[in-house]
Design a protein around this ligand. Structure first.
Ligand SMILES: [Zn+2]
Length: 392
């Protein structure tokens, strides 16, 4: 993959190119952003550039805000040809995985290599873990980078590069690495190893161990500009009206994954579920059986989806809070949800309960991670959510 295939982000890319050309690229970096900002696309194009034997330069950008790349990999040298197919022997890919029908046990990234290549080429490297797990038929599982992956990373260090000057380890969504695995790779991140570069990405930096964070250099990716999102929207939904395009640009919040029809449908589904959740929660004193039944329905959702829904709740509640504070109301995604909801709901979110609501959601998410009994966890969640709403 070339830098020119990454949407936007030229400023970050140009900075990286300069650092690489000065031979000052760190031995381990962490790309911190959203998959829809280009986490994986940047990681893969960076790996290809580092290994390219015929790097192109296009001259310096005149101003820092300019959308012009100052260089790129050639895409033609033997290294680039293999990198562009993700088939280079010195490229080592790691990503969240789970047991599937095909890989029933001892699952690790290398056993899904060919599926991952197909997944990346089909999505242009703009997709997320949820889609990836669905792609390998593991949508009901939690995707984890486990200790067998970490051991493989460690054992790579004893090998010489096969063809390039560098061995490059790309680990997508490193926050999915479990604790044992994280501790396993700590040692190898401490000191630079000759000819080895680690490129990690994360959407949830808060879940990356501080001891890992302190050993990598962070590259922060921000949301894509409205212009880029609009351009992509028009390609994807050519029949949309200008009004719809304007709405979807706002809804996307600079995240390319948020303009896909699946996302818009999901938002609709989550919004309806959120409304239901609130209805049940507000009745917690009167109708616990109803809450148990509701929790039962929710517990049938996959754990990944449940966590995703809870993140949606956090986002929406945050928006409601901002909306009721009068922050940025016109240019606000909340301006797009139903008027009745917009006019009524924000009053339930105040400074008295905002923190505790976030707390309850976070604890529920953690319990899901810990495989706690889903029905009990969710029943507790709805009741505690109801208590919070009452304390507004
Ligand atoms: Zn090349």
């Amino acid at each position: 993959m070339q830098f020119s295939q990454v949407k936007g982000q030229q400023e970050v890319i140009n900075r990286l190119i300069s650092v690489i050309n000065r031979n000052q690229f760190p031995h381990a970096v962490l790309i911190n952003g959203k998959d829809g900002y280009g986490n994986l696309a940047l990681a893969l194009s960076l790996a290809q550039y580092i290994s390219c034997t015929d790097k192109k330069t296009f001259g310096e950008a005149v101003s820092s805000g300019e959308n012009k790349l100052i260089g790129d990999s050639c895409n033609e040298c033997p290294s680039c040809r293999k990198y562009s197919k993700l088939m280079h022997p010195d490229l080592h890919l790691f990503f969240p995985n789970a047991a599937t029908d095909k890989v029933k046990k001892d699952n690790k990234s290398s056993l899904f290599a060919s599926e991952f290549r197909d997944f990346v080429s089909g999505s242009g490297a703009y997709s997320d873990v949820y889609n990836w797990l669905s792609f390998i038929g593991a949508e009901t599982k939690q995707g984890v980078i486990n200790v067998s992956d970490a051991n493989e990373m460690v054992s790579l260090l004893n090998m010489k590069p096969f063809e390039s000057n560098y061995k490059i380890v790309v680990a997508w969504n490193i926050d999915r690495m479990n604790l044992i695995a994280s501790n396993t790779i700590l040692k190898i991140l401490e000191e630079p190893y000759p000819n080895t570069v680690f490129i990690f990405t994360t959407e949830h930096i808060e879940n990356v161990l501080p001891t890992i964070l302190s050993r990598v250099q962070q590259i922060n990716l921000g949301p894509l500009s409205n212009e880029i999102i609009e351009e992509e929207l028009r390609k994807l939904h050519s029949s949309s009206s200008d009004e719809e395009i304007k709405r979807d640009v706002l809804l996307s919040e600079g995240n390319l994954l948020n303009i896909q029809s699946e996302f818009l449908e999901k938002e609709k589904e989550y919004f309806e579920l959120f409304v239901q959740l609130n209805r049940k929660a507000m009745m917690y004193r009167r109708n616990v059986f109803d809450i148990i039944a509701f929790a039962d329905v929710m517990s049938k959702m996959s754990r990944e989806k449940l966590k995703d829904f809870l993140s949606y709740c956090t986002k929406l509640i945050e928006r409601c809070w901002q909306y009721s504070m009068g922050i940025n109301t016109l240019q606000h995604p909340l301006a797009m949800v139903e008027e009745k909801f917009r006019n009524n709901y924000p009053q339930f979110i105040t400074q008295n309960n905002l923190e505790s609501i976030f707390d309850v959601i976070e604890r529920t998410q953690k319990n899901i991670d810990r495989n706690a009994n889903a029905k009990i966890n969710l029943t507790n969640f709805v009741i505690k959510f109801g208590i919070c709403l009452e304390r507004r």
